[in-house]
Design a protein. Structure first.
Lengths: 634, 141
């Protein structure tokens, strides 16, 4: 550390004598990461640890912080994880303070060797641009539809893979159990940290291992702003950390808040966010006028694999499959270039999925590569670009519907008690309010096709006698219908947890419903349709049920089709065994025809029609029609 | 935001200490997925102190070769596949890392023609890197 110098031309400057009203404005507070406090008055910083603040109450008093920072800067105080002078550890804050206060720093401070900072900056290779990168959902995993965001720093070299990824994430040990993970994740028990990796490492992680698409949004920043953002990430990470909260202070929150620190005139975050969904955070940035210069798409390995497989001539497919079985026993010179290219991708795919790859496939892969090399350079005709893909098959997050929805429904029910021959009719108006996210009949534009995750929601209704009632309180509903393909056979599944209302013939009560199902799906050689069947088990708990609960094993078969993102159709049949006195199975059934029309982003109309048979003290049949309007917002 | 447990499927590869090591693990994710990229288990212990290399320090590689050597090491398999095709994004990035971005297609073609000498015998990433470097002299300035 440098000693406190004594130079005639410089003396300590006390900025508290200046007009410090700028410390109450957004630009300074944004650099300190202030946000309104959830339950208290005023604001506080979301940065939690270590040496980020110099005033004792620096996390709530921006003026005190400016004064204390200025003092520490001039004293050349040693701070942070790397034990470096303030000047080296806080390059962006220093620049800002000097600009506002016209502080004169002595040469000794300005010329000191900030070796760690220099090493950090040199990793960026002349940074030119920064993109916000979004990774889409993992196949067969609706929860991953929420996605993840990171930053990519482009170098002058214009080589994507060699650019630098800046990632904010929670530090979690590899073997953390899922309950601890959820608990600590939600309550901020993990530290959130920034890290740097070459972008090719991120590509490996997302595209190859996880088969996720990457969407890159180039942010409209000047060269100077790019540099300042990189500096600002340094001053957070080299000195401190923030608690990682899965819902509201997660990767996407921190990225937007870091961008806002450099662009305080942009309003990317609301004052209060119950949660920040990564896919929706992309919209918050894109909605800021002139914030995005261009969008770049990088399809997943799985998409490439499917596209290559479809390029193999149909009459060559049997040979292709034979080669996979018999490997090098087959004469590889018989294979076309598309078939060889597909085999190579298939090997890549297997390598990322299969532990035993080395034993079974390594030598075969070598032979394929040698054969392919002998064929020369042949450009593939496959075009997986955004332009070539239909909008409803794109996982681009900013074109999709928003997260919250309100769904008014006009409905009509007619029920008949078979034994007593009594009819019951009613028409009603209901409202469903949902916070997130996407169901099977919504427009798939911007989402994984035929994938559902909803939580939580509430539905209440008003009947023709003006009686208001809570219909359903939903915890979670998820469905995944990933079709079997040449490359893998995913298990389709569904799960639901909710409190529902039973109302027939004078019996009215609430019951807890938990249901799961597992099975398989095929797309019948058309990406826009699904035919699936699931073995299901539903359990319903209420004191009104005989024995207090019902357990219903069953079977569900369904068909879905998307017509060019204009119209979607679903046909569904369910059969459940109402296990009566543990020996008799009384079959309950449900047949449905549901369809939606997509008017425009965030606006849909849906019609639902069902015929149900169930048993509660007697056999009941019910016809139900509904007409819903679905409106999304953020 | 993601729900669920971190896991990652890392591929089995020994790269003699140069480049990121990967191991396949048995663990599967639960309801959601996270990887090193989302709930990041791999946090460089001294952010900003690395020189951009990931493990090649021990080996005798000149400092201006480090980026390319690291790149070859981490992308070992996908690069071998693309070299068999003679072109592609990974081949172009290789040329860039070696300082000859404008000669990328010539580099790709030459390495594809000499595939059996350059790639096939290479047992390690370092060997592959050295073979490539020798082979592209004249094409890559």
């Amino acid at each position: 550390m440098t000693s406190f110098f004594a130079i005639q031309s410089w003396s300590f400057q006390d900025i508290s004598t200046q007009d410090l009203s700028w410390t109450q404005n957004k630009p300074w507070k944004a650099l300190l990461h202030y946000r309104p406090r959830a339950f208290l008055h005023g604001e506080a910083s979301t940065v939690d640890g270590g040496d980020f603040f110099f005033a004792e109450n620096g996390n709530v008093d921006p003026k005190a912080e400016a004064i204390a920072f200025s003092k520490a800067l001039q004293e050349n105080k040693i701070v942070g994880k790397l034990k470096q002078p303030v000047y080296c550890g806080f390059p962006e804050r220093t620049r800002f303070l000097v600009e506002k206060t016209k502080l004169q720093l002595p040469e000794e401070i300005r010329n000191q060797d900030c070796k760690y900072y220099k090493t950090y900056i040199n990793q960026f290779s002349a940074p030119q641009k920064i993109s916000l990168v979004f990774s889409s959902a993992y196949p067969n995993n609706p929860a991953s539809m929420f996605g993840h965001t990171l930053l990519k720093v482009h170098s002058k070299r214009q080589s994507d893979l060699l650019d630098v990824g800046l990632n904010y994430a929670a530090v979690v040990s590899d073997d953390e159990n899922p309950f601890a993970f959820f608990w600590f994740g939600v309550s901020g028990g993990y530290e959130g940290r920034w890290s740097i990796e070459p972008y090719y490492v991120k590509v490996q992680d997302y595209i190859n291992f996880e088969s996720r698409d990457l969407w890159e949004y180039e942010i409209n920043l000047t060269l100077d702003e790019v540099r300042r953002l990189i500096d600002h990430v340094w001053e957070i990470e080299a000195n401190s950390y923030s608690g990682y909260y899965f819902f509201d202070e997660n990767c996407s929150y921190q990225i937007l808040s870091t961008i806002e620190a450099i662009k305080p005139n942009w309003n990317l975050l609301n004052d209060y966010n119950i949660y920040v969904i990564p896919g929706e955070s992309v919209k918050f940035l894109a909605n800021e006028p002139e914030s995005i210069r261009s969008v770049n798409y990088r399809p997943s390995l799985f998409r490439k694999a499917i596209a290559h497989y479809e390029l193999i001539p149909t009459d060559e497919r049997p040979l292709y499959n034979e080669v996979l079985k018999k490997k090098s026993e087959v004469d590889l010179t018989k294979l076309s270039v598309p078939a060889l290219d597909t085999l190579l991708i298939e090997m890549d795919f297997k390598r990322n999925q299969d532990k035993k790859f080395a034993n079974q496939w390594l030598n075969f892969e070598k032979a394929i590569r040698i054969e392919r090399a002998s064929r020369g350079v042949v450009k593939s005709p496959i075009d997986l670009s955004e332009k070539a893909t239909s909008p409803h098959r794109l996982t681009r997050p900013d074109i999709g519907h928003d997260s919250y929805s309100v769904q008014p429904t006009l409905g009509y029910k007619k029920a008949k008690a078979i034994n007593t021959n009594i009819d019951q009719e009613k028409s009603y108006l209901s409202f469903k309010i949902k916070s997130a996210y996407h169901d099977l009949l919504n427009s798939d534009s911007g989402y994984s096709q035929f994938s559902e995750i909803d939580f939580p929601w509430v539905q209440f209704s008003v009947d023709n006698k003006n009686k208001v009632r809570l219909d359903e309180l939903g915890g979670l509903q998820t469905i995944s219908l990933s079709p079997v393909s040449h490359f893998k056979t995913p298990i389709s599944f569904k799960a639901k947890i909710a409190v529902e209302n039973f109302d027939y013939f004078g019996d009215q009560f609430y019951y807890a419903h938990g249901g799961v199902g597992f099975g398989l799906t095929t797309n019948l050689h058309n990406e826009d349709q699904r035919l699936y069947s699931l073995v299901t088990l539903d359990s319903e708990i209420a004191p009104e049920f005989q024995s207090g609960f019902r357990a219903l094993p069953g079977l569900e078969v369904g068909y879905l089709k998307d017509f060019s993102n204009i119209y979607k159709l679903q046909l569904l049949t369910k059969f459940k065994c109402n296990v009566f006195r543990s020996s008799e199975c009384r079959v309950e059934s449900d047949i449905e025809l549901n369809h939606s029309i997509f008017l425009k982003r965030n606006h849909e109309i849906r019609n639902t029609n069902s015929f149900r048979q169930l048993f509660f003290e007697q056999k009941i049949e019910e016809l139900h029609f509904g007409l819903n309007y679905i409106f999304f917002f953020n | 935001m993601v729900l669920g447990l971190s896991v990652s499927a890392f591929a089995a590869d020994k790269l003699d200490g140069c480049g990121l090591g990967w191991q396949v693990t048995d663990k599967k994710s639960y309801t959601g997925t996270t990887t090193r990229g989302t709930t990041n288990v791999f946090v460089p212990p001294t952010f900003g102190m690395t020189t951009g290399t990931i493990g090649c320090d021990k080996l005798d590689i000149a400092s201006n070769d480090k980026e390319a050597a690291d790149y070859v090491a981490t992308n070992f398999e996908v690069l071998k596949t693309e070299l068999a095709r003679g072109e592609g994004e990974y081949v172009s990035a290789l040329a860039t890392a070696m300082g000859c971005q404008s000669a990328a297609s010539a580099v790709g073609q030459k390495l594809q023609q000499n595939y059996k000498q350059v790639v096939t015998p290479a047992q390690s990433a370092l060997e592959l890197y050295n073979n490539i470097k020798t082979n592209v002299q004249g094409v890559c300035i």
